[in-house]
Each structure stands twice: as C-alpha cells, then as structure tokens.
Write a protein that binds this ligand. Sequence first.
Ligand SMILES: Cc1cc2nc3c(=O)[nH]c(=O)nc-3n(C[C@H](O)[C@H](O)[C@H](O)COP(=O)(O)O)c2cc1C
Length: 322
Amino acid sequence: MFKTRITEMFNIEYPIIQGAMLWLSRAEFVAAVSNAGGLGIISSLTFPTARELRDEIRKTKSLTDKPFAVNITLLPTMRPANYEQYIDAAINEGVKIIETAGRSPEPYMKPLKDAGVKVMHKVARVKDAKAAERLGVDAVTIVGFEAAGHPGMDNVTSLVLIPIAVDAVKIPVIAGGGIGDARGFVAALALGAEGVLMGTRFMASRECPMHPKIVQWLLQAAETDTLIIERSIKNAARVAKTDFAQKVLEVEEKGTTLEELLPLVSGLRGREALEEGDINAGVIACGQVVGLIHDQPAVKELIDVIINKARLISKRLNKMSA
Ligand SMILES: Cc1cc2nc3c(=O)[nH]c(=O)nc-3n(C[C@H](O)[C@H](O)[C@H](O)COP(=O)(O)O)c2cc1C
C-alpha cells in the first residue's frame, strides 16, 4: 500500500520524505529517516566545504544502506557556496538522488543527468514546476504557503497548489507544506501527490539534532505562531514568531536592502538559536503545521504511526464510498 512512482523511483518503502533543514539534516537524523523506510535528505549548505559534505555522506552511508538524498539550496547566502563542488562530492560518493531548491537547477542538470542521478526540484509556483519538468527533472516538490522556509511570494496554500501542480505536469509531484500526520499524508495523496515532504514535523523528532529549548517552543506553539519575513526582498520565509522575527519585520517595514537584511536573517544566527536554544539569537524556519505537533517521537515511530493511521483512514474512506 502507498506504492507510487516516487517509492519506485527512489526505491523507498513509504512515500515520506524528510525536508532538508539547514544545520539539522545531518547523518544520524537522515539515516534514521531512511532506515525507517522514508527518504532522508542531507542539507549540503550545513557544511562549509565540499570535503565536509563528503565526510557527512560517508558517515550517512555507514549508518544506513537505504537510499538518501542531498539537498542543494540555491539561495542568497552570506558565505558564497560552490555548488559544483558540492554536486561533485555527492556524485563521487554515489548519491543517487539530489534535491535542488531556491532557483532553477538548469546549470547543474547536465552533470547530474550524466551521472545518472535522479533530480527532484522544490518549487512554490506551478509555473516553476512546469519549467523544471521541461529541464528534465525526475520529480517536482510543490510547497504551499503553510510551509517552513521559502513558501514563495504568491500566498497559495497546499490544498490548492497540489492538484493544480498535479494537473500541470506528467512527472510525479511531491507535496510539501502543512503536512504533519496521517490525515495530511492521505489528503496529499488524494490530491494526486505521489509523496509528501515534511520539514516542521520531522524537526520535532527525537533524532533531529536540535536544542531541547527549541523543541519545547515547538511543542507549545499554535498554528498562528509563525510569520513571514523577507517579503521586502522577494525572498519570503516562514519562520517561528519570536521577538527576534518580529524585530526583523519591523526593520523591513521601515525599508531595507538585501545587504542590510542578510546579516539579520543569516543562517549562522539561526544556527546559534537551534544549537544553543536561544530562541531570539536568530530566525528559525517553522511551518504552520507546528500547531498540530504535540510530541517528539522517534523518527521510526513517527513514520510507522503515519502509515498505520493512513491505512485506517483509507479503510474508513473506502467504507464511506462503498
Ligand atoms: C528548520 C528548517 C530549516 C530548513 N532549511 C531548508 C534548507 O536549507 N533548504 C531547503 O530547501 N528547505 C529548507 N527548509 C524547508 C523544508 O525542507 C521543507 O520544504 C518545509 O519544511 C516543508 O514545509 P513544512 O514545514 O510545513 O513541512 C527548512 C525547514 C525548516 C523547518
């Protein structure tokens, strides 16, 4: 059950993918997701150099013999990233699945395809999904307005975006943004998606290397406890509604430039928050689905519960329509 083109393409048991998370998507966590039958994704930008990424890939391979992916996020950063080197490191280590996000993967498609890598590209607009399909990506992830990280500038929710994306492309669609339990999983499949991507839900799992104070914040947060920053620089980002994030918004409202804003929203500040547990050290990506999260299960338990409850939901729906 729940076999789709995504489970076949990636050779995974369940169509459940862990969203790449800067500073968090490291070997132990990624391997735990893959070992539980989902697909773990390493965040390449977590590692300052391609050599360190290579070491993390090696560590992941030592912890799982299941497939996992590497994410390449093509967005403005404080420290310039050499994407070619990251991609080479992944290819040389035999990684078979790469997720690109943030910008068109066009410059990297040839080396990726030449190496036989499956490419999934994450977008927030249907037109970008279509463009990615034309470039030859193997699957596309569409994230709605609910999503943590970058949900795009159009404010269209997953419920609307997923079926429109499914109708617009022939390649399999993975649904992201607002999915946190079996109900969201079944709903995404009902909308035509062939897999789900979850970031915020996996963030509150036991293997995710995050400070307990941030976990506590997540567990008490409501669905209204996120906000969108960086809209002024056309790089909208959904983050935890903290005093720090509200200050960033105030700075933006006064009028600011990318150069002024980047140091405030920099990943390094976010890292301090996630690792030191100081919620106001920097911005923390967080999706609206946080309102649905009240526990911190192990990754395997989280995936098993989703699959088992999804089976029950499917049975209930079958009975309703019989
Ligand atoms: C803490 C955190 C960090 C993230 N970092 C990245 C990243 O570096 N690159 C990326 O493509 N997406 C990143 N994301 C977004 C997720 O991969 C995923 O697209 C998103 O969380 C899906 O929405 P959801 O949170 O509603 O499940 C991050 C999300 C979180 C919660």
